[in-house]
Design a protein around this ligand. Structure first.
Ligand code: QUE
Length: 351
């Protein structure tokens, strides 16, 4: 397995996501290599922290390998035991996110470049999220007929105000400054200092206080101010427009707002999968009061229903295969998506 490099360097378990041509998109093989490595490092006393980074200089991780999921659904591909590939993929990806969420040692993500979807699943659940000025952060799943998964149903409602609702529905990109304001990032470190930070973590005296505090102290020594957050500057408008419990209300609020930003945002929502928008808003409202572990189980159900719908294949075709960016959603309007259709996506799946 060379798609994920696993090294123990002194006190550090070092993970390098290494599929640079696919922007380090996470496939099932990488998930299956990472999970036991984390267990091993958690159990070894000499390993004080885990550090995760992306190879190739462009991305931390562009997401899950949704293209492979789409072709597996189309061909009914199964794992050797008979489990459908799409079920194994999401079951194991979410289990990995959950391992990271409960990881007993510092888990430091160096998020330098593109980080979307599954990349947030690998980073947000860890204790320390370091971003650089090259960060491009997004949860763009409503644009491919999915929903913001990998714990998005838990972490998006915990971003300030309605900023998580905005990011989860529109798929808009956030900057490093935005990420710090959101609470996704725990520190901003200049790109050119990232290697030095990695070395400093390796050379740290891990006997001075808790490992968590040592990691924080080392990172703080490299941290700089990220500048102004454009998202924060929009927070009042976002909160006014994205507070509704129905997607139609949000669109009406954007129309009433009438600003160029509101019109552009309305146009963006108009391009997203209507069923995804309704499923996502329900997921995010549910997630306000649900602990992460419970949301993970909800998201597994959603993953199975959503990937079985034609909109998922169509989204992958339009965004990742043909790249015409012109998906033809079915149903094509919000009005045609009934509450019962949304309910059906939340129904239990037989195991
Ligand atoms: C929504 C997504 C993903 C996406 C685009 C979306 C996603 C994902 C990728 C991706 C991008 C570049 C690659 C690649 C995958 O794009 O999850 O292999 O080279 O992995 O709109 O959820």
């Amino acid at each position: 397995m060379t798609d994920v490099l696993l090294e123990t360097r002194g006190p550090l378990g070092l993970v390098t996501l290494n599929r640079p041509k696919a922007l380090n998109a996470l496939d099932l093989g990488m998930i299956r290599a990472l999970a036991p490595a984390l267990e091993d490092w958690a159990a070894r006393p000499e390993v004080r922290a885990v550090v995760v980074r992306g190879a190739g200089g462009r991305a931390f991780c562009a997401g899950g390998d949704v293209r492979a999921v789409a072709s597996a659904v189309a061909q009914d591909t199964r794992e050797p035991g008979g489990e459908p590939f799409a079920r194994a993929f999401f079951r194991e990806e979410y289990a990995l996110n959950q391992r990271i969420h409960h990881f007993p040692k510092p888990y430091v993500s160096l998020v330098d470049g593109i980080c979307m979807g599954g990349g947030l699943g690998l980073s947000r659940h860890g204790s320390h999220r370091v971003v650089t000025e090259r960060l491009v952060l997004a949860m763009p799943e409503t644009g491919i007929g999915l929903f913001p998964d990998v714990g998005g149903g838990w972490f998006l409602p915990r971003f300030p105000g309605e900023s998580g609702t905005y990011l989860g529905l529109t798929g808009e990109r956030a900057s490093a400054a935005d990420a710090v304001w959101l609470g996704y990032a725990t520190a901003h470190v200049p790109h050119e200092r990232l290697d030095a930070l990695g070395e400093a973590l390796g050379a740290a005296d891990w006997s001075q206080g808790t490992a968590h505090d040592v990691a924080t102290r080392v990172i703080d020594g490299f941290a700089t101010a990220p500048g102004a957050s454009a998202l924060r500057a929009r927070a009042a408008e976002i909160d006014r427009c994205f507070a509704g419990g129905r997607v139609e209300e949000i669109l009406a609020a954007l129309e009433a707002e009438g600003t160029p930003w509101a019109e552009a945002t309305r146009a963006t929502l108009g391009r997203m999968c209507p069923t995804s928008l309704k499923v996502t808003l329900r997921q995010l409202r549910l997630g306000r009061a649900l602990p992460y572990d419970a949301m993970k189980d909800v998201e597994f159900r959603l993953s199975q229903h959503c990937t079985a719908r034609p909109d998922f294949r169509e989204g992958i075709r339009a965004v990742l295969v043909d790249k015409d960016q012109k998906p033809r959603w079915s149903p094509s309007t919000l009005a045609e998506v009934s509450d019962a259709d949304v309910d059906a996506c939340f129904a239990p799946v037989s195991l």
